[in-house]
Ligand binder design. Structure first.
Ligand code: GLY
Length: 363
């Protein structure tokens, strides 16, 4: 099974996303053809290197093995990539390829966007999370210890190869992290501006068993639906001046939870799920959504085994983190809030309002 999606950012900026379950031999052939005549620097996550280096046809000297973990998305490792590109003699005609999860994709993309003022970049996401989110849409970044994604660019890849065979070695924790981001799309579908209804909420409800069994055709369809929505959003608002913010549904509290636990306790998708629970609950209490949609939403999470946050964190600290978020402005904290079935909107709350809401949420 093979699905090809097109991302058309502007008249002269478009790329294809290839979603498939084809063999690694076929993937190698496609990468070879796509990069014919180019020098390549392949930034590959250590985990992926250990599991798949035999299956992937890259020369050892073009590979830079990259340590796993959010803390590695830093300035020193960025410089390592740039230096290696320079040592290999990459020029403006050449390409950097990221093979791994979101960390590798973000930092390699940032390196590609700045090396010689920008060279070609290819994303090969190997996790469900990076396939449905960070590999598409052109956000690249590195972190500071005190602020995630604080330095970065919007820089679209030239191609994205999503091969779901990589997902076979994802443990449940990583797979469910991806599913957290997948569920997010169900709640925002009607605001994305995609031209036909995909009924993602219903699809995720009805196909839960197959999705949990990782049935290949269902997984490909699920990724295709999510990316159709993401593409619709980023082609209308590449640089997040307005619409793209809806992709941050669940992320305001999610990012704060990741940060307060130093990126060690929760996966990104799990933290986003907690964020969605919180804001859906708030939206129901404030009568933005009715009881039946609130119940359906809770049932969707329950079907996938997700539960609300059951641990209390110092609210003042969480609020301080949220205030520093790139999306916060003039002392107000931005939340993407459900306002109708499959619809969301941005609401800015004062720290006091957030304090009340959090106090009310985790007892
Ligand atoms: N991860 C959200 C975005 O790409 O905008």
């Amino acid at each position: 099974m093979h699905q090809i999606l097109k991302v058309q950012i502007s008249d002269n900026n478009e790329y294809l996303i290839d979603i498939s379950d084809s063999s690694f031999a076929k993937l190698n052939q496609e990468i070879f053809e796509f990069t014919r005549g180019q020098k390549r620097l392949v930034v590959m996550s250590k985990k992926v290197y250990n599991l798949y280096s035999e299956d992937l046809n890259f020369d050892d000297d073009e590979i830079l093995i990259f340590p796993d973990g959010e803390k590695e998305k830093n300035y020193k490792n960025y410089l390592k990539i740039i230096k290696r590109a320079f040592q290999l003699g990459l020029t403006r005609k050449d390409v950097i390829i990221a093979v791994g999860g979101g960390v590798v994709g973000d930092i390699a993309g940032f390196a590609a966007s700045t090396y010689m003022r920008g060279i070609d970049f290819i994303q090969i996401p190997t996790t469900l999370l990076s396939a449905v989110d960070s590999s598409v849409g052109g956000k690249t970044a590195i972190d500071l210890p005190e602020a995630k994604n604080i330095v970065g660019t919007f820089y679209q890849p030239k191609k994205v190869f999503i091969n779901i065979n990589f997902f076979e070695t994802l443990d449940d924790k990583q797979y469910f992290s991806g599913l957290g981001e997948v569920l997010k799309y169900a709640f925002i579908e009607d605001c994305c501006g995609y031209n036909v209804p995909l009924f993602l909420f219903e699809f995720l409800t009805l196909s839960c068993t197959k999705i949990l069994e990782r049935e290949p055709l269902t997984i490909i369809r699920m990724i295709e639906y999510c990316l159709n929505l993401k593409i619709a959003v980023v082609t209308q608002d590449e640089k997040e001046s307005c619409l793209r913010k809806i992709l941050n549904f669940g992320h305001t509290l999610g990012h704060a939870l990741e940060s307060i636990t130093k990126y060690k306790k929760y996966t990104h998708g799990q933290a986003v799920v907690y964020g969605m629970f919180f804001i859906i609950d708030w939206a129901y209490k404030k009568e933005y959504i009715n009881y039946s949609y609130y119940r359906l939403s809770m049932e969707l999470f329950e079907k996938y085994g997700f539960k609300p946050l059951d641990k209390k964190y110092p609210i003042e600290k969480l609020i301080n983190i949220m205030k520093k978020d790139k999306k916060a402005s003039s002392d107000k904290i931005s939340f993407i809030v459900p306002c109708d079935k499959k619809k969301v909107k941005e609401i800015k709350l004062t720290p006091i309002e957030v304090e009340f809401a959090l106090n009310d949420f985790v007892k």
